[in-house]
Design a protein around this ligand. Structure first.
Ligand SMILES: [Zn+2]
Ligand SMILES: [Zn+2]
Length: 110
């Protein structure tokens, strides 16, 4: 059974992303396809620099418009689905076992 995020992990005000000037006008939002994406969202953020860096290293990032980004953070189920999708992708690409995944990301989202 996947563990649900604990209460308090989704403190919206603590989760901030820098607006990424590089992607403006170049990239569409990866959820709705609108231009421009203005925020790079780290998928496994959990309010820690360690998780942010892991997300960056494994390319678990999404370029999003403000609307989709806000929706994502306001809908734990959507966020969980995206985490699961990317966990699957990363595990497949890197031939990771469940154990290896947990050793890095601490939580199983599948
Ligand atoms: Zn969007
Ligand atoms: Zn975000």
């Amino acid at each position: 059974m996947p563990t649900l995020p604990k209460e308090g992990t989704k403190k919206h005000n603590k989760h901030r992303h820098k607006v990424n000037p590089r992607i403006i006008d170049y990239e569409p939002c990866q959820l709705c396809g609108m231009y421009p994406a203005v925020i790079t969202h780290e998928i496994f953020h959990n309010n820690s620099a360690y998780m942010r860096n892991l997300s960056i290293n494994y390319h678990a990032q999404l370029n999003l418009c403000n609307t989709c980004h806000a929706n994502l953070h306001n809908n734990p189920l959507t966020e969980k689905a995206i985490k699961a999708e990317h966990q699957q992708k990363i595990m497949t690409e890197h031939e990771m076992s469940d154990k290896q995944w947990l050793g890095l990301f601490y939580q199983n989202y599948l």
